[in-house]
Design a protein around this ligand. Structure first.
Ligand SMILES: *Cc1c(COP(=O)(O)O)cnc(C)c1O
Length: 461
């Protein structure tokens, strides 16, 4: 199994990025519950034949869709060790918890957070953002909200984020009972960043209306264009108005690992909380989200509860309080920290930062190539590692044409960008996240787009 996975990772570029699963493969997954055990070698073969070839392909250097990390062999091996140990990292006196605490301290160091900061692993930034909303809600309404709930005391809470924010911020409003309608989507400036004058005006209008502004989420690296909100300015506005300042840095926060890029995140150290993923730009295998909170006591107060079966003791295995389960909604938790701890140590922060900066250099290369070709137009400035552009067509619906072109390219297995819509225009969106991507992968994508577009136009004529 190890040999197969090393071969797979070594020869990725020779495979299609993605291919749809044939009907007979899907049909084989419809067999009933097995009553008897099967031979492991047979299962391994089934995995190689039916599962591995039909994944989405984000390990492939030509994968540029959404925001997916590429993974590494180091992460894969650490995942094997973690699974073998099978630690439940919800709590108790054990070194796997200390490993997680060390990663939290490293992150506090990276983001220049104080000593009392806390942090835990979660599935992803969606969950991390929700935890931040809950801590901010607890700060705004006091400890009583945990018993009384929002119905009796949460009237009029309002939160702010930009119109380019990830939808999981709105989802967090929904899941925490505050409601999507309580989230103001602040308009964007010309560079797709939060318009801070509009933020100030929105807060003032809500205060005027007797509402309770409590939370603002800035984004460091938006999904559409990788724009970075003016963090220092948003921090100042949030704190002047008594709001919690949260940063959704799902992928972008990891730019802190690169001394060249870190200044772009100026102001992130003023955040009350930061949500980010190690499974995107930091290349740790899925899943490995993280939430860092400046005030660790407030964070613990938001979740800690000690039912009788989780009583803490001064000695024995029930020692070592507080436990990770005191900082989030999960009790049983996997050892996500290990693959992150291995990745950070095996490669080192500098090399990881250089890989991240390398993807931004590739994005600039792609933007230059797009500008050089009259058939294409760039649709947004390139802030970090995402390039949005499209194929110009006369006499056809450009939106439909570009959407079809991306599907053609994905189905050809050549490269896999995704789509988004910017100011009403459908854009081919190329997010370069994978450390394996090189110029030749960008060149192959552009060549594929040009050839497939020519074919489409020939058929139309
Ligand atoms: C990916 C992403 C998220 C969601 O993170 P998950 O790890 O998928 O839950 C949130 N915000 C931004 C800006 C993202 O890029």
């Amino acid at each position: 199994m190890l040999d197969d996975m090393f071969d797979y990772l070594e020869h990725l570029r020779e495979r299609p990025v993605w291919q749809p699963a044939p009907a007979q493969v899907r049909a084989r997954l419809r067999s009933p519950l097995p009553r008897e055990g099967a031979d492991l070698a047979t299962l391994h073969r089934t995995f190689m034949d039916d599962v591995l070839p039909y994944a989405v392909g984000n390990a492939h250097p030509g994968f540029f869709g959404w925001v997916h990390g590429g993974g590494t062999p180091v992460g894969m091996l650490a995942e094997m060790l973690a699974a073998g140990l099978n630690a439940n990292v919800g709590g108790r006196d054990q070194v796997p918890v200390e490993v997680e605490r060390q990663v939290a301290r490293w992150m506090a160091e990276l983001f220049r957070f104080p000593q009392g900061a806390s942090g835990i692993f979660v599935t992803g930034t969606s969950m991390a953002n929700m935890i931040a909303v809950l801590v901010a809600r607890r700060r705004a309404l006091g400890l009583e909200v945990r018993d009384a709930g929002l119905a009796s005391m949460g009237q009029g809470l309002v939160a702010y984020t930009s119109a380019a924010a990830h939808d999981c911020i709105a989802q967090a409003m929904d899941l925490t009972g505050i409601g999507r309608a309580a989230l103001r989507l602040v308009p964007l400036d010309d560079d797709f960043r939060m318009d801070t004058a509009a933020l100030e005006a929105a807060i003032a209008a809500d205060v005027q209306a007797g509402l309770k502004p409590f939370f603002v989420a800035a984004t460091a690296g938006t999904v559409d264009t990788a724009a970075i909100d003016p963090l220092r300015r948003v921090a100042a506005i949030a704190h002047a108005n008594g709001l919690w300042f949260h940063v959704d840095g799902a992928f972008g926060a990891m730019a802190m690992l690169s001394p060249e890029l870190a200044p772009l995140l100026d102001g992130i150290d003023a955040a009350d909380s930061i949500a980010f993923d190690f499974h995107k730009w930091a290349q740790v295998p899925y899943d490995a989200g993280f939430v860092l909170v400046r005030d660790g006591e407030l964070h613990r107060d938001t979740f800690a509860a000690a039912p009788r079966y989780l009583k803490r003791e001064p000695r024995g295995m029930a020692g070592g309080s507080p436990w990770p389960c005191d900082f989030g909604p999960d009790l049983s938790r996997s050892f996500r920290a290990l693959k992150t701890w291995f990745t950070l140590q095996a490669y080192g922060a500098d090399r990881m930062g250089a890989a991240i900066a390398g993807t931004c250099a590739l994005a600039r290369y792609l933007a230059d190539e797009v500008r050089r070709r009259p058939a294409f137009e760039l649709l947004a400035p390139v802030a970090l590692n995402i390039v949005c552009f499209r194929y110009k067509v006369a006499g056809e619906d450009a939106d439909d044409f570009n959407a079809a072109l991306v599907a053609d390219l994905q189905e050809a297995g050549i490269a896999a960008p995704s789509l988004t819509t910017l100011r009403g225009k459908v854009a081919i969106r190329v997010a370069i996240v994978n450390h394996r991507s090189e110029r030749r992968d960008i060149d192959a994508m552009l060549k594929g787009l040009e050839e497939l577009a020519a074919r489409r136009l020939a058929v139309a004529r």
